[in-house]
Design a protein around this ligand. Structure first.
Ligand code: F3S
Length: 91
């Protein structure tokens, strides 16, 4: 699976959700999460994120390692997001 990490926090550019073929992004208040059982590792979202927040689970930087479990836990609690919206960050 892929994981949304710290750079997404407070940004939520949502460019990633538009290209996801399996609609596996879920929207938290401050960031998005990927559902690990839905992500097919197509990597389409990785280059779309302006802040490079998305990593393969094997390549999550050590400082953000807790985000892997956080994505799994939070995706379960959040609503799916499939359309781009206004980001939290100024562009
Ligand atoms: Fe977040 Fe990047 Fe998507 S900032 S919402 S992971 S495009």
């Amino acid at each position: 699976t892929h994981v949304v990490a710290q750079p997404c926090f407070g940004c939520k550019y949502t460019d990633c959700v538009v290209v996801c073929p399996v609609e596996c992004f879920y929207e938290g208040e401050k960031m998005l999460y990927i559902h690990p059982e839905e992500c097919i590792d197509c990597e389409a979202c990785v280059p779309e994120c302006p802040v490079e927040a998305i990593f393969h689970e094997d390549n999550v930087p050590d400082e953000w390692s807790e985000y892997t479990q956080m994505n799994a836990d939070e995706a379960e609690k959040c609503e799916v997001i499939t359309e781009k919206k206004e980001p939290l960050a100024d562009e």
